[in-house]
Design a protein around this ligand. Structure first.
Ligand SMILES: *Cc1c(COP(=O)(O)O)cnc(C)c1O
Length: 382
């Protein structure tokens, strides 16, 4: 049994994937080829965003977002501690500091009250300038953008959605960019929409941000809007307007994603059925099953339960040949690199508590029902 089975999907669409890869090999535009633009259009449309700009991975997508916002030393960027380290690590890349915020005990997503506490504390210390918030759609479920955007609007902060685990998620039928100024995602193979390597994208409804990100992903190249605004003494193809990076999605990965996007919705439905089945059968007073917010469509990147003897349960499942994972055993504010970074005054108690209790069960669209039976049996008998 696999924790995330990528092979079954590969086998099912290998014919289409082979053809798609071969088309790229034939036309030879390996970098920023036509499939990249085609994919960006489809991604934007899927997420109801005006613009999607692809890039090399989900971490770069976050960094490009912060660069486009000109986050700089002295700035504070608020983010949860209970997430993958990339969410926080990009902030010091820009010389800014992350300020860690606690999570809601039901959804594991950023708690808007804790966010407001962290902002007020930062303002009162008067050393960092609050600039932006990165909310995470953890395990595939949308963050509470309605509450969080009220706080960001109140304090004039930019809202970024780290949608790496939540591509395709909805809240009230809307994608994160309905509330967030920028959303970023990852196409790492194990994410809900994964390619066969690394990949990422930035989404926004703001034309200026989209153009800056597109420029930044290629060494700060000149964009058509720059040409309208100024005259250049040199050939603009050789000019660099801002310090950027090399962060592009390979054309082959774009071609693969175009094929995977075709089956994505069906895969989310399959994940939903598997999640429903887990929750129905596992619901009892020893276990906590995932809480889904009203009007929220999760894409179920992970199916995470809580158990007071998490490590015992994990060992038992492993004995039975059932793979599990722990996301996340160490909240970021306890990681070596982050130990001195500021945090919300209440000390992130929920994040620390969850880290010792959560366990992720096998979750992917092709989980066999007999395998799921066995997983449920072992857990209920534990
Ligand atoms: C995976 C992930 C990232 C980073 O994406 P990569 O493509 O691996 O760089 C960022 N944030 C979260 C929450 C993630 O899960």
């Amino acid at each position: 049994m696999q924790f995330i089975d990528l092979k079954t999907q590969q086998r099912q669409i290998s014919g289409e994937i082979d053809l798609a890869i071969n088309r790229v090999l034939e036309h030879g535009q390996y970098v920023l080829g036509p499939e990249v633009q085609q994919l960006e259009k489809q991604l934007a449309s899927y997420c109801n965003a005006s613009y999607a700009v692809s890039c090399a991975n989900g971490t770069d997508a976050l960094a490009l977002a912060l660069m486009a916002l000109e986050i700089k030393p002295g700035d504070a960027v608020f983010c949860p501690s209970f997430t993958f380290v990339a969410t926080a690590q990009v902030i010091p890349w820009l010389g800014a500091l992350p300020v860690f915020v606690d999570i809601d005990p039901n959804t594991y997503n950023m708690d808007a009250d804790s966010l407001e506490n962290a902002i007020l504390d930062t303002v009162s210390k008067n050393q960092l300038k609050p600039r932006a918030v990165i909310a995470v759609d953890l395990f595939g479920q949308s963050a509470d953008y309605k509450a969080i955007s009220r706080v960001t609007e109140k304090y004039g902060l930019t809202l970024i959605s780290d949608n790496a685990q939540g591509f395709g998620c909805r809240l009230d039928g809307k994608s994160p960019t309905h509330w967030a100024d920028i959303a970023t995602t990852s196409f790492f193979p194990a994410k809900p929409l994964g390619c066969y390597g690394d990949g990422g994208a930035v989404f926004t409804n703001d034309k200026g941000i989209a153009e800056r990100v597109e420029s930044l992903r290629m060494y700060g190249k000149v964009m058509p809007s720059d040409l309208k605004e100024r005259e250049f003494k040199f050939d603009s193809r050789y000019l660099s307007l801002r310090v950027g990076m090399n962060s592009r999605l390979d054309t082959i990965q774009a071609a693969i994603l175009l094929e995977k996007l075709k089956i994505f919705e069906e895969e989310v439905e399959r994940r939903q059925k598997i999640a429903d089945r887990y929750s129905e059968e596992l619901q009892n007073n020893v276990l906590q099953v995932p809480f889904t917010t009203a009007n929220s469509l999760s894409v179920w990147a992970q199916y995470v339960i809580e158990h007071s003897d998490r490590d015992g349960l994990r060992a038992k499942l492993q004995d039975e040949g059932i793979p599990t994972a722990v996301y996340y055993p160490v909240p970021i504010h306890l990681q070596d690199f982050a130990i001195d970074y500021p945090r919300e005054p209440n000390q992130l108690r929920v994040s620390e508590d969850k880290a010792s209790r959560v366990i992720a069960l096998p979750m992917h669209p092709y989980l066999l029902s007999q395998d799921q039976d066995r997983i449920i049996d072992v857990i209920l008998n534990f």
